[in-house]
Design a protein. Structure first.
Length: 261
């Protein structure tokens, strides 16, 4: 099996990101920079392919990379990761030992998961806690099932985030098996986010829209209540849990993304 990292970035001006990130495997870079182009080079023993695209939107970048990849196993990556030693060996070993797995979620060293020290199959509610940096998959499984990221969501879409949750729930709907393996593949800095500007009013309205789109009406309302109370200590000073709940409900009823149920 061959692993390829799918790295999404914006306005990349040099190739140092490969060394800076500790990448030691084949890599496909999608650079959203306002112009189209392609180049490739060798970095150590690995092939690096860089596609420059005149496009915006993180989910569009992810989908472009999935379509252009030729690898057996793909790992999603952003430009603020530093990979652990022997990450490639650990990822490929996990897939060899778990032939039934279509998607494997790995650990991030400075943001460890909550699922214990043993591999396990993940359920629906587990998927809410997965970040894109953790997601790997058998490319053939996704392509054969026609599963891609929803381009109406994610950074640059204007509709907020939760694209990972939508992607993984779509995988489940198509019958793909999603597992967690407690192996650390990288650390993530993420000093600033391209979309998260704090727990402000826009955030909560977007949250309502995306949760209804993914879950449907009644589960989204129940989740809105849980989320507003559970996360209340992280909100901006002028946002109470009840205000957050009311704003999420506003997004649910706004139904911008068009979920009917």
């Amino acid at each position: 099996m061959r692993l390829e990292i799918l790295l999404s970035c914006m306005n990349l001006r040099d190739d140092d990101i490969i060394g800076r990130s500790g990448i030691k495997s084949d890599t496909l870079v999608v650079n959203q920079c306002g112009e189209d182009g392609y180049r490739e080079f060798r970095h150590g023993d690995n092939d690096i392919r860089i596609f420059s695209v005149n496009d915006t939107g993180l989910t569009k970048s992810r989908n472009f990379a999935i379509r252009k990849s030729t690898a057996d196993i793909c790992l999603l990556c952003d430009d603020d990761e530093v990979f652990a030693d022997r990450y490639e060996e650990g990822i490929l070993t996990a897939y060899k030992e778990m032939p039934e797995a279509d998607v494997i979620i790995f650990d991030i060293g400075n943001r460890r998961a909550r699922w214990g020290d043993m591999p396990r199959k993940l359920g629906y509610f587990d998927l809410m806690h997965v970040a894109s940096w953790q997601i790997s998959f058998r490319r053939e499984s996704l392509v054969n099932s026609d599963v891609y990221f929803d381009e109406r969501m994610g950074a640059g879409s204007g509709n907020g985030a939760e694209e990972e949750f939508k992607f993984l729930t779509d995988c489940r709907k198509k019958g793909l098996s999603i597992y967690y393996v407690p192996f650390v593949i990288a650390d993530v800095a993420q000093t600033k986010s391209t979309w998260f500007k704090g727990y402000n009013r826009e955030f909560f309205v977007n949250r309502g829209n995306t949760t209804r789109y993914i879950m449907g009406y009644v589960p989204a309302v129940l989740y809105a209540l849980y989320y507003s109370i559970r996360k209340r200590n992280q909100f901006d000073d002028d946002i109470s849990w009840f205000t957050a709940f009311r704003l999420i409900l506003k997004g649910i009823h706004e139904n911008r993304l068009g979920k009917k149920k």
